[in-house]
Design a protein around this ligand. Structure first.
Ligand SMILES: [Fe+2]
Length: 199
């Protein structure tokens, strides 16, 4: 009788699950204060991004803005995802309803984060200020803080880009999509923009 060949996880590999455990340990060490833990969390994600083959290991995930979305790790609280963004795509400025860490796994992204200056009392009006405007190369990550500062937009640079993200919980079913120049926003389903792109 021949013995079935079983693929086994490689010993010592910094897998998405190990990454998640490191995230929990770091958050615990900072009593859940994600912003205080920020520097360590970005370094942990940088380590994950150095692991080869991540894009082939996830389970299918519907991506709101990208293509070929996958879950690399999911437990409902700390969730690690990947998505591909073809050259030429411009992801509009949006919020999330949760904190998020994003960065490039392959390729580069032009990344902008924002904070909101108005008090949110006027529906459809939002005054945003840029808090971050930079290029994230492979292995570089940025944190979107908890609401109400959970706002960013980005686009791939110099070709296609694959992103790794960590989210806390789940995205809001409805999100705000901002036009910073017009100081306006619309609330819409997280799937509406992708549908408008024919996805
Ligand atoms: Fe986002």
């Amino acid at each position: 009788m021949t013995q079935a060949r079983v693929a086994r996880p490689r010993e010592g590999r910094f897998s998405p699950a190990r990454c998640a455990r490191s995230i929990y340990e770091t958050l615990d060490a900072h009593e859940g204060d994600v912003q205080a833990a920020q520097g360590e969390l970005l370094a942990i994600l940088g380590r994950l991004a150095r692991q080869p083959g991540l894009l082939e290991t996830g389970l299918p995930r519907r991506s709101a803005h990208g293509t070929e979305g996958s879950w690399l790790y999911w437990d409902g609280e700390i969730n690690i995802l990947s998505a591909r963004f073809p050259a030429g795509v411009e992801v509009p400025v949006h919020d999330h309803g949760t904190w998020e860490i994003v960065g490039a796994y392959e390729g580069e992204l032009e990344y902008k984060a924002f904070k909101r200056l108005d008090d949110g009392s006027r529906e459809g009006y939002a005054e945003l200020a840029v808090t971050e405007d930079r290029v994230l190369g492979a292995g570089e990550f940025s944190m979107v803080p908890p609401p109400p500062y959970d706002i960013h937009g980005f686009r791939p640079r110099n070709g296609d880009m694959s992103l790794i993200g960590v989210i806390h919980g789940t995205y809001g079913e409805e999100r705000c999509y901002f036009d910073p120049d017009r100081k306006s926003y619309v609330r819409q389903s997280q799937w509406a923009w992708g549908s408008s792109q024919g996805r």
